[in-house]
Design a binder for this molecule. Structure first.
Ligand code: DX5
Ligand code: ZN
Length: 258
């Protein structure tokens, strides 16, 4: 059983409610608990935890022990983004640490090489990815499936259709670092999914800010990750409100996701 359920789509909305998930990658790690409390007090719905292994991406961050420490200080939904080569290795540790969502990369689950996603087909499910989804669910976490900017969005469809996935994460920067520029053309991948799956949680991550959110909102995203734009703001609460408002406006606009 998952600790907290995901919010459902309301009547008259084309997607589930907006969820704002500040990325702690841009926080002061020495004051992590205080930084997270501040964000939740200012309106954050989730806390986005970027886990990097120095192999899947050229950067190192943190692992399950930090999540376990953070869990002692907050009840907030902990949204973990695993940018690691062997995501199956850490499922149990993150579940035990108190993570709510375990989002792993489709490319990593498909095999050990960064190019293994080329072996995946849009019309059939790959057993290793299916096994990962079952493993995460059995461990009591929500299942997130992430896509690098170059990976075709159609490849996640078999897993959504089989009900294996709670959220799809569409990367709008190359994973590895905060503070990069938003790739607007990648946000359009969300529209392909939103037109088919109105109840699916669709997360966008990378370069989201008040100046870029409208594009992601128009495409149908509802879970918004932002690191530098929130932690770097003099008024993070105002930034989070702007992000939320853009998503809610798009969700009730009556315009097809594009
Ligand atoms: C990048 C991470 C992101 C990052 C976002 O690999 O997955 O979550 O922290 O940072 P900004 O919002 O600064 O692009
Ligand atoms: Zn992330």
């Amino acid at each position: 059983m998952t600790r907290v359920s995901l919010p459902k789509r309301a009547e008259g909305h084309d997607r589930p409610p907006a969820i704002i998930s500040p990325s702690i990658l841009s926080s002061d790690f020495a004051r992590l608990a205080d930084e997270c409390k501040r964000m939740v007090d200012l309106g954050a719905d989730w806390l986005h935890v970027d886990v990097m292994d120095g192999h899947f991406v050229p950067n190192l961050t943190l692992g399950a022990p930090v999540v376990a420490s953070l869990r002692k200080h907050t009840d907030a939904f902990i949204d973990c983004h695993l940018m690691v080569t062997n995501p199956e290795l850490w499922v149990k540790d993150f579940a035990k640490a108190g993570a709510d969502m375990y989002t792993f990369h489709l490319e990593a689950a498909a095999g050990p090489s960064p190019d293994d996603w080329h072996n995946l087909a849009p019309d059939s499910a790959h057993q290793a990815v299916v096994d990962m989804c079952h493993g995460v669910k059995a461990a009591g976490m929500h299942v997130g499936l992430a896509l690098r900017p170059a990976t075709p969005v159609e490849l996640v469809v078999p897993y959504i259709e089989q009900g294996l996935v709670d959220m799809v994460l569409i990367m709008t920067v190359e994973p590895g670092f905060g503070g990069q520029s938003f790739m607007a053309d990648k946000a359009a991948k969300a529209a392909v999914l939103r037109r088919r799956f109105p109840d699916l949680a669709i997360q966008v991550d990378g370069g989201l800010a008040p100046s870029t959110i409208d594009r992601a909102a128009a495409a149908g995203a509802n879970v918004i990750v932002a690191g530098s734009a929130i932690f770097g703001a003099t008024d993070p609460g105002a930034v989070m409100r702007q992000l939320r408002e853009s998503v809610t406006t798009a969700a009730t606009s009556g315009k097809a996701p594009h």
